[in-house]
Design a binder for this molecule. Sequence first.
Ligand SMILES: NC(=O)c1ccc[n+]([C@@H]2O[C@H](COP(=O)([O-])OP(=O)(O)OC[C@H]3O[C@@H](n4cnc5c(N)ncnc54)[C@H](OP(=O)(O)O)[C@@H]3O)[C@@H](O)[C@H]2O)c1
Length: 275
Amino acid sequence: MYLVTGATGVIGRPLVAALLSAGLPVRAVSRRPDAALPHGVGLVSPEELDLADVESLFVHPRATKDYVDDLLRRAVAHGVRRVVVLSAINADDDPSHQPSRYNGDRNTEVENAVVACGLPWVSVRPSSFATNTLAMWRGPIALGDMVFGPYSAFTEAVIHEQDVADVIARAMVDDALDGRRLSITGPEALSLEQLVAIIGTALGKPLRYQEVPAEAAASAMVAHGLDAGFVHALLSRYARELERRPVVTDELATVLVRPARSFAEWVEDHRKEWS
Ligand SMILES: NC(=O)c1ccc[n+]([C@@H]2O[C@H](COP(=O)([O-])OP(=O)(O)OC[C@H]3O[C@@H](n4cnc5c(N)ncnc54)[C@H](OP(=O)(O)O)[C@@H]3O)[C@@H](O)[C@H]2O)c1
């Protein structure tokens, strides 16, 4: 049995799909008893987790951070053969430089718990998800042809969530990856300005990224309800990394023996969500 925590989320859903398409039996963990999951997938709540027949366990850091130690103790007791954890490419950075920590994520701690648990493990450390662009820009793009934001030249290699899920699925079945921290990224680094232009091309609607001063952007983001600490850490990261060579790795291509999906492909896969 392949047990997936965080199964209803951004990474969990494509992971469940990837495991099913490989013909593997899947049990999903969700706090919601009415969670809609593909046919044949068993559903359990975090409180009623049974690990007796589990061969491979996926630990989602956001979903399990409050019970990961207990989960791993039980995994060891039941002889689970492998644990794969989702982490992040910035997991070794100074905690104050990790924006997601301000929203409560604890990727480093959950990864450390998995590494220390005594079972064979793999950590999958993705770059920023391409889907973050929907959260940032869906509103302005639905309403007009201009996106206002800071640091138009900030560049990173955003990754398709299906690619993250495909690497996790491979790590759950392949013992050749045991003990590895896999830093995975999209295939090419693109600036914020380029990402917006690619969305525009895919939607057949010319779009422009209009840079605004960082202070004005920060105020607008906080006014929209984002945590002030998160906003400060995110914009500090943009400023800090503006002059650095962006990180693009080939680990995904090596593991999956195919290139990472492009950002244009990601937009195409999410076309309906932009309107
Ligand atoms: N966004 C990025 O660019 C990026 C990049 C690298 C790494 N990461 C890391 O990846 C993780 C996010 O992955 P994701 O987008 O797949 O997560 P997600 O979709 O937000 O959450 C996955 C599932 O976890 C459960 N969940 C959500 N919040 C929870 C909470 N506060 N307590 C308990 N359960 C909760 C929900 O399931 P139920 O409601 O069904 O229980 C949800 O469907 C974070 O740790 C993040 O730091 C993100």
